[in-house]
Structure formats: structure tokens, C-alpha cells
Design a protein around this ligand. Structure first.
Ligand SMILES: [Zn+2]
Length: 451
């Protein structure tokens, strides 16, 4: 019997988000082969046991939207206390100087931070491609593989610079042919179709207003031809709706639809300012929404209508968003934020901690077009997050699952990706965290001082 065929029973967790796995799960190779009911032993032969009696067991969390490079501009004074558009124009001038070494460190730091919060699948939206940064996605693929994290990496784009009425400086926009050719190269080189993929490629213009219409349409065609997903920011602020009305004579969703994007191939970051009719259209199309509660609060953007979107049929997932508008990359903390922000719109009876955990797992997996992650059923990938409740903040809690959100869990004790432990005792395996932070902080200083 080879090492990968050995079975491991994650035995009798303190609590579990899935009642069918209340007695734990059995892992073989990179998959879950059995969910064990409460009080039972597995049917499968068990080679090894991990005693989870002090742990709350969740499927690995799935993050649907981030900008890893922004970890280099966290809590940056010139961008503080600004709404989206002035915030963006302030930061674009800093981001325009980003180089490959800085991006590599930013991506590693962000992925490690996510992993430590219980996240096993990360999605990044990278759209800054200056002359010094042509291999951004290649660098991110290499980093994700080295860390053993599952990733959907999106080839972003901007083609409308300040000379054409757009927001970013000319030095970070590219022409249509360069963008499409590089998108095809990256898909051919890195996208893994099929079950158990560690790397997915997706295509992601920064927003429908930072590229021209031809590129939006061509990107949709390229994604369909290659069987990859489409992603962009949409309906984040009222400013955006006004901009879109002026520029195109229609609302953002109408423009997205006109460009051939309103489909179940697409997931959108934010999705706040939709009316009832637009929510029904998104539901019918099966277009996913990456809900980013902390970012929406920091920038004062508004409240996503999550429950109406889900009821209409649109998958809703959770995301930390980029670290210049959150400013952490902690998906466990984001679950708490989603619950608290949601309670400002919905009654406590209609929005529970279980709903939010479902968004961060199954809902997020659906946004990324995956059925092999986000759950604990047999056949699913062995992506697991285990949290201990032995900190002062949890002391006295009666309901362990609710305690994760209400008491504010922020660090997983154990994290497994594709059958491999990537976090043990709260620390990432194979990563010198202190050294990484020192290099990352120096890179952030360098970037700020390049201005
Ligand atoms: Zn974003």
C-alpha cells in the first residue's frame, strides 16, 4: 500500500458544520471517502486517527476575491478615509511601480494569511501589468504550488488609461492584443480542467469601465472557447452607476449583459447596487456574487442584498477583497463581518451563522464553478479547516459552531488541502513566517518610497 492510499479518520470533532459528518470524516489520498455519523465508527478500514475532540470541523473555506498585491499598501495614510474612486486614483500611482519581486512576496504573504485563517482555496484578481510586471500570474501560480494552496488565479486587465477617460495611469494599461494573447498563453500553460484541480485560470477585466467594450466581448468569447470562468467588479458604488449611465447610457448590469457576460460562467465582486429586476436576472442567469463585507464597510459602499440574490438563484460566496480596503486577509474574521453586516439588513431569524458558513464554503465554491470543494461529503476533495476554542474569547461558549463567528475565530489550528496538512498548531508548514513578514514589510516600504 502506498503512502497516499492510507486512510486517516478525523475522529469525533467537538462540532461540525455538516450533521452527516458529526462523527468526522475519513480521508484517503486527496479525497474524503466517508462522512461518519455521530457516535459511529467508519465503515472503511482506518490506518490512522486524528483526535478532533477539541476542534470544530469545517470544510476548508473558499475565498472568491482578493488583490494579493494590495497587502503592500495596507493602512496607507494618503488613501485613508476616501470613497472608492478617489481611493483608487490615489493608490494607482503607487501600484504602478509594483515589480515582480514585490508581487511574489505580497502573494505569498496573502496566501499564508488566508491559509492560517482556515482558507484552502484562494482566488486572486490581478490586473496591474506594468512594463516591470509582465509575469504576474506565472509568479502567483509558482507561489500557490509551493505553498500547496488551491487557487483560482485571474488574468486581469486594464486598457482604458487616463488619456482615454479611465482612472489608471497609462503605464499600467495594455492593448487588447497583448491582453488576449497573454490570457490564452496562461490558460494553455496553467489551467487544470477536471476534478481536484489545484490551479484554475480565469479571465478578469478590472471592471467593465477600465477596458473597452471590444475587450469585454472578446474576453467572454475567449473564456467560453477555453472553458474558463469570467470575473470582474460590478455594482460596488452609486458613483459607478452614475459613471456608467453617463458613459454608456445604461446601468452597470445592462452593460455587462450587452457585453455577453450575464451567464453562469461569471462571478462578480461586490454586487451591491442591484434593483429587484436585476437580482431576478442574475438569479436566472446563475451569475455568482462575491460578497466582501469588510471592504464594503471600509469604503462605505453599501450592503449587498445577499439573501435576495440567493433566493433568486444566484450563488453567493464570501471574500476578503484586496488588502488596501479591508485591510486583512482573514476569511474566518470575514464570516463574522458578514453575519454582523447582514444583521443590519435582515432579521436574526433569517440570517444565521450557518448561512454565513455556507457562503464561505459551498457558496464560494459555486462562484468559482467547483463542485469538488466546499463540503464534507464522500468524493469531495480533502480540504478541511479545524478550529480550537481554547482561547479566552471562547471561554464559556455553549454552541461551538456559533462561537466561531460570534466570539470571533481568526486562526485555524489545523488546515488540510488535498489531503496534506498545510497548517499545524496554528502555523503554516514549511514557511518561515517571521522571515517572510520581514521581507514583505521591506518590499512595502520600497514600493511606497518609489513614488
Ligand atoms: Zn476588488
Amino acid at each position: 500500500m502506498t503512502e497516499t492510499q492510507r486512510t486517516l479518520w478525523i475522529r469525533h470533532p467537538l462540532a461540525c458544520s455538516d450533521d452527516a459528518a458529526a462523527g468526522g470524516v475519513v480521508v484517503q489520498g486527496q479525497r474524503i471517502i466517508e462522512a461518519v455519523p455521530a457516535g459511529h465508527r467508519p465503515d472503511a478500514h482506518v490506518d490512522e486517527v486524528f483526535d478532533a475532540s477539541a476542534h470544530v470541523l469545517l470544510p476548508g473555506l473558499v475565498n472568491t476575491h482578493h488583490h494579493f498585491y494590495q497587502t503592500l499598501t495596507r493602512a496607507y495614510s494618503p488613501a485613508l478615509d476616501k470613497p472608492l474612486f478617489p481611493w483608487l486614483t490615489t493608490l494607482y500611482d503607487v501600484w504602478a511601480n509594483l515589480d515582480e519581486a514585490q508581487l511574489a512576496l505580497a502573494s505569498e504573504l496573502a496566501m499564508v494569511e488566508l491559509l492560517m485563517s482556515g482558507c484552502t482555496t484562494v482566488a486572486d484578481h490581478h490586473y496591474v501589468f506594468s512594463g516591470a510586471l509582465t509575469h504576474a500570474i506565472d509568479i502567483q501560480v509558482e507561489t500557490a504550488r509551493r505553498l500547496g494552496v488551491r487557487a483560482t488565479l485571474t488574468r486581469g486587465s486594464m486598457s482604458l488609461g487616463r488619456d482615454d477617460g479611465g482612472l489608471p495611469p497609462q503605464s499600467v494599461v495594455q492593448d487588447e492584443t497583448t491582453i488576449l494573447d497573454d490570457s490564452q498563453r496562461l490558460i494553455d500553460r496553467y489551467h487544470e480542467p477536471g476534478d481536484g484541480a489545484m490551479i484554475h485560470l480565469a479571465l478578469a477585466p478590472c471592471s467593465p469601465f477600465s477596458v473597452n467594450r471590444e475587450l469585454m466581448e472578446a474576453t467572454a468569447r475567449l473564456a467560453e472557447t477555453n472553458g474558463v470562468r469570467l470575473h470582474t467588479h460590478l455594482a460596488e458604488t452609486e458613483d459607478e452607476t452614475d459613471f456608467c449611465r453617463r458613459q454608456f447610457g445604461m446601468r452597470p448590469l445592462d452593460y455587462l449583459d450587452a457585453c455577453g457576460w450575464l451567464s453562469d460562467r461569471t462571478w462578480l465582486a461586490h454586487g451591491i447596487h442591484f434593483d429587484d429586476d436585476e437580482i431576478a436576472r442574475l438569479g436566472r442567469a446563475g451569475t455568482g456574487i462575491a460578497h466582501c463585507p469588510s471592504s464594503n464597510m471600509v469604503l462605505g459602499s453599501g450592503l449587498c442584498r445577499t439573501l435576495e440574490l440567493e433566493a433568486a438563484g444566484a450563488p453567493v460566496g464570501l471574500a476578503v477583497d484586496g488588502s488596501a480596503s479591508n485591510d486583512h486577509s482573514n476569511l474566518a474574521e470575514e464570516m463574522r463581518q458578514a453575519l454582523l453586516l447582514g444583521r443590519l439588513r435582515y432579521s436574526p431569524e433569517t440570517l444565521s451563522h450557518q448561512t454565513v458558513i455556507r457562503w464561505a464554503t459551498q457558496g464560494s465554491a459555486r462562484c468559482l464553478g467547483r463542485t469538488d470543494i466546499g463540503g464534507l461529503a464522500p468524493g469531495q476533495q480533502a480540504d478541511l479547516a479545524l478550529f480550537r476554542l481554547d482561547e479566552a474569547r471562547f471561554s464559556g461558549a455553549e454552541n461551538p459552531l456559533a462561537a466561531l463567528l460570534l466570539c470571533g475565530a481568526h486562526r485555524a489550528d489545523r488546515v488540510m488541502v488535498a489531503g496534506h496538512w498545510r497548517v499545524a498548531d496554528g502555523m503554516p508548514r514549511g514557511v518561515d513566517l517571521e522571515a517572510l513578514m520581514a521581507r514583505h514589510d521591506a518590499a512595502a516600504r520600497r514600493l511606497r518610497h518609489a513614488l
